[in-house]
Design a binder for this molecule. Sequence first.
Ligand SMILES: [Zn+2]
Length: 426
Amino acid sequence: MKRALVCAILLAMPVRSAAPSQAQRLAAGSRLAENARVRAALEWLDHNLSSINDTQVRLTEIPAPPFQEGARAAALGEVLTEAGLDLHTDKVGNVIGELRGVNDNEIVLLSAHIDTVFPAGTNVKVHRDGDRMTAPGISDNGTGIAALVAIARAMDSAHVKPVRTILFAGNVGEEGEGNLRGMRELVETYRSKLKAVVVLDGSGTDHVTTKALASRRLEATITGPGGHSWSDFGMPNPINALIRGSVRFINTKVPSGPRTTFNIGEIEGGTSVNSVPYEAKIKVDIRSENEEELGRLESALRESIAAGVRDEMAPPRDRSKGNLEWKVDLLGSRPGGELSNDSPLLAALRAADEVVGNQSRLERSSTDANIPLSLGIDAISIGAGGMGGGAHSLQEWYDATGREAGLKRALLTVLGISGVAEEKTR
Ligand SMILES: [Zn+2]
């Protein structure tokens, strides 16, 4: 039997034009927001804030330490499936829900990292006081994950059909030594079709990260024979050498422009107070707005550690009992990159801002967006609404008041760049 034929009309084409004026943006944004299905999706967000908060609490309370994101990924996968997405998990543990567009040769990726910085065993129970929630990871990235789910559910309930396929990804490995491995895998897998990436990370609606801050994580290790504190006195001591080298390193002059920073974030070594240690290590994070400065700072670390070892081996003490070895390993590297000011993605965000009455500040930061940006793929990272603070601390908090503005901004940005197809019967 022949039934009504469904044809797709490209109601709101994906934003492609360069540098639209404010008036054009306003027109594009409000045209999108006037689409009945998009409007229904926006209204869904308004009407489901308490369930969005509940989802955030539930997923935040599933621990997701670095390299142990599996349980949270599974729970997120269930919710994305309920939101009508075709789900799969890739080889690094990313969970990906697909909302197929009319044109599935072009992909827009919406992602939120699911890992936290907190080690296994951290108490992640959420304390709730009205709209205010406190728990490690509640904002970074409980807010982003909750928004990912909310946007998927809003589009599902409003039967929004995009032009370009939208992938909703909960990705692993954003924090610390994860080294962006989840985003690296996603970009590698979809690279040929990937038109834009929108990263939901943390809270707020006031900023958009369009510039990727380059960073490197390094580990300096000094080893020696080790021995007894009394009978082996004079033996070169890796902790002494590391301290000597570290003092040199932290005296390194860095420019304020391009802003360049360093942090010794971890130190370990030694086995007991009355032993000459056989090993000592530091982990160092260096960042810069400029790759060359980053290279210079990495060299400074190597030279400082080498000099620390030299100082420790130097007379006056008898060092004939052994030698020190040193090395500096690269644990991770985040490449830099920048979104062009006339990119369609930025235009889509600006148009969304106009609709929700928001103004975005452009920022440079180190996020999952580094990977696509470094490869010339349009990408931004934005907060997912509400307000948060104390990221990476046990006192981390999130206040959901007004979060709908951030949710709508993200949804409209994604649909602005994916385009919306209208299904019409005839
Ligand atoms: Zn984050």
